[in-house]
Design a binder for this molecule. Structure first.
Ligand SMILES: [Cu+2]
Length: 316
C-alpha cells in the first residue's frame, strides 16, 4: 500500500524531499569543503613560501578513502532516489480513476461517470489514478506540490497516481514544450472534502469548483478548456488560428455570408451560430472550414456560460 504522513500535500512529498535535501546537502558540503581546502592550499603552498615543489608518489590509504567515500555517497543517493521512485509505479487497487486528455493547449479531466472538468477535482485522502491521453503532441503533466510529473505520449498508454493528503488548490502545468501557447497550458488540482466531492461529481450542471470563489464566466472558460477552443482562440488579443475573444462581444465586424460581405454586431445569437454553424458567417480575413461545428457537443446552457465569459473579457 502507500504510506501517509497526513501533513504533506501528497504521499510522495516526504520521500522526494528526503532525497532532494540529501543530494543538495552533500553538494553543499563538497562545495564548501573543496573551496576551503583550495584556498588553504593556495595560501600555504604559494611560491614565496615553497620555492621547490614536492612530488608525492601515491598514497594507498588516501586513494582508497577518496574512492570509497564517494562510492558510498553515490549509493546512498541512489537508495533514496530508488525508495522515492518505487511507489510511483504501484497504483493502489482502490484508486479512483480519472482520464486526462491533453491537447494544444489545455488539459481536461474525465471521470468514470462521464463528467468532464477543466480542473482536476479530487476528494482528500483518496488515491487517484490518472490515465494519460494526448490528442496531438507530447505533453507532460506536472504537479509541483505533489512532486510528480509524467510525459503524455500520443498513442501510448500511461498512468500516474497520487494520494492527496490536504485540501486546497495546487498548480498543475504542462512541463513539455508543446508549441506556441505551451505556457498557457495550466490547470489546478482542487482537493475538497469527500462529501463536497460526491456532490460535485453527481451534479452534471456545474463544472468549475468554487474553492476560492468563482469569477464571472469561469464556467464558460472551463467549458472551452474542455472542448479545446483555446487551441485556436486566445483571450488576450493574440491572433492564433481564429479571432481573439478579447473585446469580441458587441463588436461590429465584417463577415462573409453566402459570398457577400455583411457587417454584423457580435451578439448572443451570432455567437451561438458561430459555434453551431461555423461556416455560415466567416469572419473576414480567416479561412473557411477550420472550425468544426459543436452541435450536439455543447448544450444551450453551456453557450450561455460561454457568452458570459466572453462578456467578462470586454475592456471598459
Ligand atoms: Cu503541453
Amino acid at each position: 500500500m502507500y504510506s501517509t504522513t497526513g501533513i504533506d500535500a501528497s504521499n510522495f512529498v516526504s520521500t522526494f524531499n528526503t532525497s532532494f535535501y540529501f543530494i543538495a546537502g552533500i553538494s553543499l558540503f563538497l562545495l564548501t569543503g573543496l573551496t576551503i581546502t583550495m584556498l588553504y592550499f593556495v595560501f600555504k603552498y604559494n611560491k614565496k613560501k615553497h620555492k621547490v615543489a614536492i612530488q608525492n608518489e601515491g598514497n594507498l590509504l588516501l586513494e582508497i578513502t577518496w574512492t570509497a567515500i564517494p562510492v558510498i555517497l553515490a549509493l546512498m543517493m541512489f537508495y533514496y532516489g530508488w525508495e522515492g521512485w518505487k511507489p510511483l509505479g504501484k497504483v493502489p487497487a482502490n484508486a479512483m480513476t480519472v482520464t486526462t486528455t491533453a491537447r494544444m493547449w489545455s488539459f481536461s479531466f474525465r471521470y468514470e461517470n462521464g463528467k468532464e472538468s477543466a480542473d482536476l477535482v479530487v476528494p482528500v485522502n483518496t488515491p487517484v489514478k490518472i490515465n494519460l491521453v494526448s490528442l496531438d503532441v507530447i505533453h507532460s503533466l506536472f504537479i509541483p506540490a505533489y512532486r510528480i510529473k509524467s510525459d503524455i505520449v500520443p498513442g501510448r498508454e500511461k498512468v500516474m497516481w497520487f494520494l492527496p493528503e490536504r485540501e486546497g488548490d495546487y498548480d498543475l502545468y504542462c512541463a513539455e514544450y508543446c508549441g506556441l501557447r505551451h505556457s498557457y497550458m495550466k490547470s489546478m488540482v482542487k482537493v475538497i472534502s469527500k462529501e463536497k466531492f460526491a456532490a460535485w461529481l453527481g451534479d452534471t450542471t456545474t463544472l468549475a469548483v468554487a474553492t476560492t470563489g468563482t469569477t464571472p464566466g469561469e464556467e464558460g472558460l472551463s467549458i472551452m478548456r474542455i472542448q479545446g477552443c483555446l487551441a485556436c482562440h486566445s483571450s488576450d488579443g493574440t491572433k492564433i488560428v481564429g479571432p481573439t475573444y478579447l473585446n469580441l462581444f458587441g463588436k461590429q465586424e465584417v463577415v462573409t455570408r453566402n459570398g457577400t460581405d455583411v457587417t454584423i454586431t457580435v451578439d448572443s445569437a451570432y455567437i451561438k451560430r458561430s459555434i453551431f454553424e461555423p461556416n455560415a458567417d466567416i469572419v473576414k480575413g480567416y479561412p473557411k472550414g477550420l472550425m468544426q461545428s459543436y452541435k450536439g457537443k455543447i448544450s444551450d446552457a453551456d453557450i450561455t456560460k460561454i457568452i458570459e465569459y466572453l462578456k467578462s473579457l470586454n475592456e471598459k
